[in-house]
Design a protein around this ligand. Structure first.
Ligand code: PLP
Length: 368
């Protein structure tokens, strides 16, 4: 199998596999229990949170475990959190993940004003439009942007976004799911008010995510219950999933990422040489090294995907939540391309299993 869909989900990292096979069965206690079995896990959660906080460059006080990035995003964009901060306007882009876009549609129905900032055909947001929108909504807007686009790999200059937001007394949330483990960053230095992360994109178990808040007073819980996660995210702590997140963080390998980027670039060069109609979407933007969004020169992407799938090469036509639906990628269309281009684009997101030569061979056979 050649798995090229890491942006949808990653296979369990080596340490997580080891943990699942040998250790996880012992970690069944409720970490909130007062007896030793619970207390020990509670202490282990503290350690895991500290390791993740150090990796992100923030204090443990602002990190809350959730069920995934969808929940973290929905908590930041909840009516209660927005009202708590006097927010009546959300500024975002149409390139966002559906976890944000669909939430924004809901908020619009609840009476919030939603302002979308335009973007270039490389997926770079229009900073002067952002600045104008922030200036006309001083003190009452929250901006929410992807750090790294899940379909094209485009990196947003989030430090600039945060600076503009704060200059205008506005709050800012970053969907940093696809940046984690792919880009080296210091969250404290970027300084967003909120950020969302997901464990399974880097090899942790599914069902574990993180919400970062620079100040816990800025967030309201989305659900109510016990006092877990300081009451911000109640519910019995999922220790095995939390620990898997920490182990996946331990397994992040920056040298491997550099290698991956070289292989991706090599792949793209060879791919473009196959046919003069082929293109790489958003390839002139700053991108993370594992993602390649290829235009197939008019060939139906779904047909190519299914053909590759029969040959055990797994790619995607967009984000996993929308693949399977007949709608072509909203991101490619928002780059300004016709629907036909979106229908003829595939996302390849590489991980450690990239086998460049055989992939090129298989792709050229499939497309021939
Ligand atoms: N944001 C981005 C950019 C994503 O790629 C994903 C996953 O597809 C999500 C949010 C949602 O993450 P989760 O699966 O943890 O809910």
């Amino acid at each position: 199998m050649i798995y090229l869909d890491y942006n949808a989900t990653a296979p369990l990292s080596e340490s997580v596999q080891e943990y699942v096979k040998n250790q996880m069965v012992n970690d069944w206690a409720n970490p909130s229990s007062e007896h030793d079995a619970g207390y020990i896990l509670n202490q282990k959660i503290k350690k895991d949170r500290a390791v993740i906080a150090e990796f992100l460059g923030v204090s443990t006080k602002g990190l809350f475990f959730t069920s995934g990035a969808t929940e973290s995003i929905n908590t930041v964009l909840s009516v209660d959190t927005l009202k708590k901060n006097g927010i009546d306007t959300i500024i975002s882009s149409r390139l966002e993940h559906h976890a944000t876009l669909h939430r924004l549609k809901y908020l619009e129905k609840q009476g919030f004003k939603i302002e979308y900032v335009g973007n270039s055909n490389q997926g770079i947001i229009d900073f002067s439009e952002l600045e104008n929108k922030l200036a006309s909504n001083k003190g009452k807007a929250l901006a929410s942007f992807l750090y790294v686009n899940n379909e094209t790999g485009t990196i947003t200059d989030v430090k600039k976004v945060v600076e503009l937001c704060h200059e205008n007394d506005c709050l800012v949330h970053l969907d940093a799911v696809q940046a984690l483990g792919k880009l080296q960053f210091d969250l404290d230095d970027i300084d967003p008010d909120f950020a969302s992360f997901s464990g399974h994109k880097i090899g942790a178990l599914k069902g574990i995510g993180l919400l970062y808040c620079s100040d816990v007073k800025k967030v309201s819980p989305y659900i109510y219950g016990g006092g877990q996660e300081s009451g911000i995210r109640p519910g019995t702590s999922n220790y095995p999933a939390i620990h898997s997140f920490r182990l996946a963080i331990d397994d992040v390998d920056w040298d491997k990422n550099v290698e991956l980027e070289k292989l991706r670039d090599e792949f793209e060069k060879e791919y473009l040489a196959l046919n003069s109609d082929f293109r790489i979407n958003a390839s002139d933007s700053p991108r993370v090294g594992n993602t390649s969004n290829i235009y197939l020169g008019g060939r139906e992407a779904r047909e190519v995907l299914l053909k590759l799938s029969r040959e055990k090469i797994y790619v995607s036509t967009g984000s996993a939540c929308s693949s399977g639906s007949i709608e072509p990628s909203h991101v490619i269309q928002e780059l300004g391309f016709e629907k036909e281009v979106a229908k003829s684009s595939l996302r390849l997101s590489f991980g450690s299993h990239l086998i460049c030569k055989s992939l090129i061979e298989q792709l050229s056979n499939t497309l021939a």
